[in-house]
Ligand binder design. Structure first.
Ligand SMILES: Nc1ncnc2c1ncn2[C@@H]1O[C@H](COP(=O)(O)OP(=O)(O)OP(=O)(O)O)[C@@H](O)[C@H]1O
Length: 244
């Protein structure tokens, strides 16, 4: 469904993403991992149309989408969440999701259609779909859920989830991971999930791609990732510096 080939993004002379290639099959959950600054968000932003790649190809269902704008990517079926949620705080949860539904569908929906999609997205994200539920009362976990609901309301085929666990406690992380799995299992939405921590992600994803310094250093199953020396080095440092 998604084919990223030799994707490269340079900022001036600095190459943040260097010939990154990976593919995602329909219905899969792929974990895109790597330490801070390894190029995960830049890769994401090139796929979602927030950044124009310097070189390389991004194909969605066989169609080249590299260099297209974010709204084109969204209308072609790529939904994304952001690391730092920025909802419209003066609006209700439902109004936030309705706006996302209109945006993701090119403004072609009637109000009733957009509202039905928005309520469904809020319910899927385990948020109250009632018209009077406001953003103000949400904590970190609630804001992450709203971020997810807004992305779901665009009716994506491919969901790019950016650091869905940031700022959550252990229980909330487990719930967030289970929610992404349920979204894939129940709706068949393909997911690329970016995190800098491995933790609970490994129990949910089908496959893992690990970036370091802008390049792919590992691709395989979660079990293989846990046993891979290069992955351990990136996360834990060289063997001689690790605690016994
Ligand atoms: N607009 C930009 N201009 C210059 N350098 C940038 C820009 N965006 C990102 N970078 C640099 O590119 C590198 C990769 O950044 P990126 O945000 O993609 O990493 P990341 O893996 O997502 O990190 P994190 O886990 O902290 O979000 C970093 O060194 C970062 O400083």
């Amino acid at each position: 469904m998604l084919e990223v080939t030799r994707l490269t993004k340079a900022f001036g002379g600095f190459v943040a993403v260097n010939e990154v290639s990976f593919s995602v099959t329909e219905g899969e959950i792929l974990g895109l991992l790597g330490p801070n600054g390894s190029g995960k968000s830049t890769t994401f932003n090139c796929i979602a149309g927030m950044l124009k790649p310097t070189a390389g190809s991004v194909k969605l269902a066989g169609e080249e989408i590299a260099g297209q704008t974010a709204d084109t990517a969204c209308r072609k079926g790529i939904g994304r969440t952001f690391q730092i949620p920025r909802p419209f705080r003066g609006l209700s949860l439902l109004e936030n999701a309705v706006l996302a539904a209109h945006y993701g569908n090119g403004g072609h929906l009637s109000h009733d259609e957009a509202e039905a999609i928005a309520r469904d997205a809020l319910t899927l994200a385990q948020l109250p779909p009632e018209a009077d539920a406001m953003v103000g009362g949400l904590g970190a976990a609630g804001l992450k859920k709203l971020e997810l609901a807004r992305a779901l309301a665009t009716r994506p085929k491919l969901l790019l989830a950016d650091e869905s666990l940031g700022g959550l406690d252990a229980t909330e992380m487990r719930q967030a991971a289970d929610m992404l799995k349920r979204i894939r299992d129940e709706r068949g939405i393909t997911i690329v999930w970016v995190e800098h921590i491995m933790g609970v992600l490994l129990s949910v994803v089908d496959r893992v791609v690990v970036l370091d310094h802008g390049a792919v250093i590992f691709e395989g199953t979660p079990r293989e990732a846990q046993q891979d020396e290069k992955v351990a080095e990136v996360y834990l440092g060289p063997p001689e510096t690790r605690a016994a």
